[in-house]
Write a protein that binds this ligand. Sequence first.
Ligand code: TTP
Length: 609
Amino acid sequence: MALSPVIGKLLHKRVVLASASPRRREILSQAGLRFEVVPSRFKETLDKASFPAPYAYAMETAKQKALEVAARMYQKDLRAPDVVIGADTIVTVGGLILEKPVDKQDAYRMLSMLNGKEHSVFTGVAIIHCCSKGGQLDTDVCQFHEETTVRFSRLSEELLWEYIDSGEPMDKAGGYGIQALGGMLVEYVHGDFLNVVGFPLNHFCKKLVELYYPPGRHDVRRVKHDSIPAVDTFEDLSDVEGGGSDPAGGIEGGPGGQAAAGTRGAEANGAVESPPPFPADLLGLIDGFKASKALFTACKLKVFDVLKDEAPLKAAEVAGRIDASVCGTGRLLDACVALGLLEKTDGGYRNTEVASRHLASDGEYSLHGLVTRHDDHTWELFTRLEVAVRQGPNAAAGGKVEDPAQSQQTMLQFMRAMHGLSKLTARRVATAFDLSRFTSACDLGGCTGALAHELAHEYPRMRVTVFDLPDVLEHVACFQPGGRPSERISFVPGDFFKDSLPEAELYVLSRILHDWPDDQVHALLGRLSGRCKPGGGVLVAEETVDEDPAAARSNLAAALSLLVRPRGRGRSGAEYRDLLEQHGFRDVQVAAAAGGALHLLLGTRASPP
Ligand SMILES: Cc1cn([C@H]2C[C@H](O)[C@@H](COP(=O)(O)OP(=O)(O)OP(=O)(O)O)O2)c(=O)[nH]c1=O
């Protein structure tokens, strides 16, 4: 629950706490503030003697901590957060400023100074509103400090050392933590307790009131709070007509923004409610398709190929290379930067490592083919997800099964997609079980031979046959690795439903069975089982539909793809095991590969009864 409504003013903004202090994080999050934590790297080495009073030192340190973070974040992605909060807590006694002890002896020195005496704890706070003006970071600094008086009891040497040995003093100003064991040392506290712990929440909220509700711009009225503590000046915070302001110049918390609209409705009932927590994750999901589409488009326009060859390049230069508008290209490139696919420097844009490796069209582990296939084919299928949900598996495509062989271009695109995926997973599939007892294998529907190459590489005694349709094998030449072709790999054209299966000790079905309905799966496994000699094996690799809700998120894409596809169906791991057992394969071993994305089963052909 946010401290209504003043904390609510910050809920629409990107707020950063420039502090490593767990106490500050806890105090602010318990007040309902949503923020990121970016600890400041500012060294607390300002010359204390140059400040007129200890609080001025704490305020300046707080400001420098926050400014360092704002500048660093702006430099990194040329976007500053809306608000950066910095704080610094010090203890003063006898005119001396005590910060965090550097070691146990230092802690002892500090605690001895505080022993049996009254001292002050100051926290300086800086609230910095940031924006970008003319390509530069522009900041608006608001600072304040809070003082709390604390008195320690008279403590024995023994107790002081026991406390020091607890380890608690080391990361705390003055060498004690009032909120924990250190509370036992304290006789009394005058003032804000949370100020001692590191953040004066009450004063902070009052400051926000000053900033967001300047005097004279709103009516004073009583509002109802259900869980608001005694913070008197929060009573008159409603967003009345024309009231409220936004020091950062943002629109969301301003008079016409979402918060204003929300509170106005509630005011009709005589109560002001804070807006609900900002659903950033949900909005990210709602916009998720835009991110995918930006990636697809950049791949299709070969942006990552251009930047792999030549970088950095300015937006206009990339636009020239891909024959697109400068404005559109600039937007697309910035979107790719935001998605972590490109980096932007003064010299222009360049690929990240992952983009060069996987999104350019020519790398060994390129997923460019997979991306373009998703853009041209899967995307459209997913536009009919609702039909698949209403009517069940295979309904989305209206019975139209795509034949990749319809054109050379479609076939090549399909093969590139399969090849990219297989290259990434083949080693993991080949090594998930010890297959060294097999001297021959046949990869049914083995397409470009990516898995065959890994099997041959991993098992030096093994000969591997790739068995696939003639239309597929016609194009395999361009997918073979450089160097001398392996004599242990051969490509045999054929249809595994009709033609005689090549002889082998191990049959591999990698990403095949999901594509077929039950009757055809039984037909295929029946043929395979008849061909396999006792002791021979079958290796199945499939994406599965998991019943476990905890695993559902990682299987989400696979489960939905299996629902919208025009043919075949998703099956669970247990169903695949059942299928193998029904066809005479025993001792089925199970493994997972590719981070759980692939379910692997290895069955051994039992002797017929
Ligand atoms: C006096 C006192 C201080 N403290 C803590 C609050 C602060 O975290 C710390 C004072 O050090 P600070 O330099 O103010 O803060 P920090 O180093 O923890 O974090 P950052 O610089 O990144 O903001 O001492 C307590 O937790 N309890 C206490 O009773």
